[in-house]
Unconditional design. Structure first.
Length: 532
C-alpha cells in the first residue's frame, strides 16, 4: 500500500516540475500520516465460535474450528468489533470473564449465541458472567444459571462493575443466592428483556451509576437470601445506593418475590428505589409480592429512604402482601423529598401488612421526609383503608384521586398534608374517616378538601366497573392500557371535576394518563387515572 502511494506521489511531483522540494516533504509527511492512520484504525473485526464439540487448540474463527471452553475465551484479548458466539443448545460450565476488554462506540464487543435457541453458561456455585471495566459490550441471547440459592451458589449471576455503555438483552438469569443481575457503578447502559427468576436477594439490583434503562424485564419468584439475617432480601427490581440517578424502568413485571426471606423486620418489595434521584418507574406491574411470616413490607412499589425527584406513573399494583405504593424514609438516610405518584392504580394491596393502597412511613425524625405529590391515582381496597399515614409527610399534595375503601379513607396522622379534588367512596356506600361519617362535616372539621374556603372534593360513587376490577388478573405490563374497567363511565361524577394542578400547586401533571391519553391539551381534568 505505501509503495503505491510513493510511486504515485513521485510521478506527480516529477511530471509537474512546479512543486519545490519543501512541498514534496510536506505532502510526503501527509501521505505517511494518512497511511499509518489507515492501518491503525481499519476494522479487522473477528468472529469467534465456541462449541461443545470444539477444541481450544483450534483458531476459533469458524463453526468448524470452534473453541471449546470459557477458559479459552477468558484468556483472549479481544479487539473492538469482535464477536464471541456460543453454540445454542450447549452448556458451558464456569465463569465468563471480561476485565478491561472494551469495545468502542460503533465497534462494540458482542457476546451472543449462534444456531437455533440460546447457549447456557452454568456458573455453578459462583458468578456466571463477570464484567469489570469493559465498556461498549453487548451480551444477548444467553441463559445464565447457578446451582441454586440454597444448593451451593453464594454469588450474583451476572456481575457488572464500572462497565459503562453496556447492552444486556434477551437473557435469563436464575439459581443464584444474591441478585440475578447485579450492577455496580455503571453508566449509560441498557437492560432489556431480562428474565431474572429463582434468585435470592433480588432479581435485578443496580447500585450506583447513572443513565440506566430497564425495559420489558421480569423479576419473578426471587424468594430471599438464606444467609441474610439482618436485612431485607427477596426483591424484584431494586435501584438504589451510592446516589444512583437518572434511570428509567418501564414495562417491567415483578411478582411472587420475597416469600422465603429468612428474618422478621423490614422486608422486600417488587419494584423500588432508595438513595436515588430522578428515577422513573412507568407502565410497570407488581403483584403478589410477599414477605416472611414475621416480616414487614412485601410492597408492590416503593420510593424509599433518600429518594428525591423520583416518579412512579402509569403503574398497577395488586394483591401484594404490603401496600401497593410505599413512601418511606428511614433514619440516617439522605433527605426524602419531591417525589411523585401519579396516574397509578392499587387494587386490594397490603393483604398481610395493613390493608392499604398507599403507605407513608418514616423511621427517623426531624424534617427529612417531605413533599410527596400524589394525584390522579385510583385506590380500591376492600381490606381496610385507602392511605395509611403511619407518619406525617409535611408539604404533601394529594389531589384528583379516587379512594374506594372498606372501613375508612385514611388511617394515622395526615394533618400536614393538603387534600383537594379527591373522590371518596366507602364500599357499600357512604363515608368514614376518624369516625366521622359525613363528608362535609369531616372536610369542615379537619379543614381538608377546600380551596379558598370552598369544598372541592366529593363523596360519590365514581361509577367504575367494580366486579371486573375485583377479579382482576394481568401479568403482562404491555397490556395495561387495555384495562377499560378502570375508565370512568359516561355519567361518572368524576369527569371534569379534577383540580388544575398547575394553577393550584404549580405541579406538572405529566403528558399522559394511565391509558396514554394526552392531558396537556385538556382544558379540564378528571378525578382518577383516566382522562377522556
Amino acid at each position: 500500500m505505501r509503495q503505491i502511494h510513493f510511486v504515485l506521489l513521485y510521478n506527480i511531483l516529477h511530471n509537474s516540475r512546479v512543486l519545490i522540494k519543501i512541498q514534496f516533504f510536506v505532502i510526503l509527511s501527509v501521505v505517511l500520516s494518512c497511511t499509518t492512520d489507515y492501518f491503525s484504525t481499519a476494522s479487522y473485526a473477528t468472529t469467534y465460535y465456541v462449541s461443545s464439540k470444539g477444541r481450544d487448540t483450534n483458531p476459533g474463527t469458524s463453526m468448524n474450528s470452534a473453541w471449546a471452553t470459557l477458559e479459552k475465551v477468558n484468556g483472549t484479548d479481544f479487539l473492538p468489533g469482535d464477536k464471541v458466539l456460543f453454540e445454542a443448545g450447549s452448556t458451558f460450565s464456569g465463569k465468563l470473564t471480561f476485565i478491561s476488554k472494551s469495545g468502542l462506540a460503533g465497534k462494540r464487543i458482542i457476546v451472543s449465541s449462534y444456531g437455533s435457541g440460546r447457549a447456557m453458561i452454568n456458573g455453578g456455585d459462583g458468578v456466571a458472567f463477570l464484567n469489570t471495566g469493559s465498556n461498549y459490550m453487548t451480551v444477548r441471547n444467553i441463559d445464565f444459571i447457578g446451582s441454586g440459592r440454597k444448593a451451593g451458589n453464594i454469588t450474583a449471576g451476572i456481575s457488572l462493575s464500572k462497565a459503562s455503555h453496556t447492552v444486556l438483552d434477551s437473557c435469563s438469569v436464575s439459581g443464584f443466592q444474591k441478585a440475578g443481575l447485579n450492577i455496580s457503578n455503571c453508566d449509560s447502559s441498557s437492560f432489556t428483556y431480562i428474565n431474572a427468576h429463582d434468585n435470592g436477594s433480588a432479581g435485578i439490583y443496580a447500585g450506583g451509576g447513572s443513565n440506566l434503562y430497564f425495559g420489558y424485564c421480569r423479576a419473578d419468584n426471587n424468594p430471599g437470601d438464606p444467609t441474610n439475617l439482618t436485612n431485607h432480601s427477596g426483591n424484584g427490581i431494586l435501584i438504589g445506593g451510592n446516589q444512583i440517578n437518572h434511570c428509567l424502568v418501564e414495562y417491567c413485571e415483578a411478582s411472587d418475590n420475597g416469600w422465603d426471606m429468612p428474618r422478621g423486620g423490614n422486608g422486600p418489595a417488587g419494584i423500588w428505589c432508595y438513595d436515588a434521584s430522578y428515577i422513573t418507574f412507568q407502565y410497570c406491574l407488581a403483584h403478589h409480592n410477599k414477605t416472611s411470616a414475621n416480616g414487614g413490607d412485601g410492597d408492590g412499589f416503593d420510593m424509599d429512604g433518600g429518594s428525591t425527584n423520583c416518579t412512579i406513573q402509569y403503574c398497577l399494583a395488586y394483591s401484594n402482601m404490603g401496600p401497593g405504593f410505599l413512601l418511606c424514609e428511614y433514619s440516617r438516610s439522605n433527605t426524602w423529598e419531591n417525589n411523585t405518584l401519579r396516574y397509578n392504580i392499587s387494587i386490594n394491596d397490603a393483604t398481610k401488612n395493613g390493608g392499604t393502597g398507599i403507605l407513608f412511613w418514616y423511621t427517623g425524625g426531624g424534617t427529612n421526609f417531605k413533599n410527596a405529590f400524589i394525584f390522579n391515582n385510583l385506590v380500591y381496597n376492600n381490606l381496610d383503608n385507602a392511605i395509611w399515614f403511619h407518619d406525617p409527610c409535611p408539604g404533601s399534595r394529594i389531589s384528583n384521586n379516587i379512594f374506594i375503601f372498606k372501613n375508612k379513607a385514611f388511617n394515622g396522622t395526615y394533618s400536614s398534608a393538603d387534600f383537594s379534588g379527591n373522590c371518596y367512596w366507602k364500599i357499600g356506600g357512604g363515608f368514614n374517616c376518624d369516625s366521622i361519617t359525613d363528608f362535609t362535616t369531616w372536610a369542615n372539621k379537619k379543614d381538608k378538601e377546600k380551596v379558598n374556603g370552598v369544598i372541592v372534593g366529593m363523596n360519590s360513587d365514581p361509577l367504575l366497573d367494580l366486579p371486573s376490577i375485583i377479579s382482576l388478573t394481568i401479568t403482562d405490563p404491555t397490556k395495561l392500557k387495555t384495562l377499560t374497567q378502570f375508565m370512568l363511565q359516561a355519567n361518572s361524577p368524576c369527569i371534569n371535576k379534577g383540580m388544575n394542578l398547575k394553577q393550584l400547586y404549580n405541579i406538572d401533571p405529566g403528558k399522559y394518563d394511565f391509558f396514554g391519553i394526552s392531558i396537556q391539551a385538556s382544558k379540564t381534568f378528571n378525578i382518577g387515572p383516566c382522562e377522556h
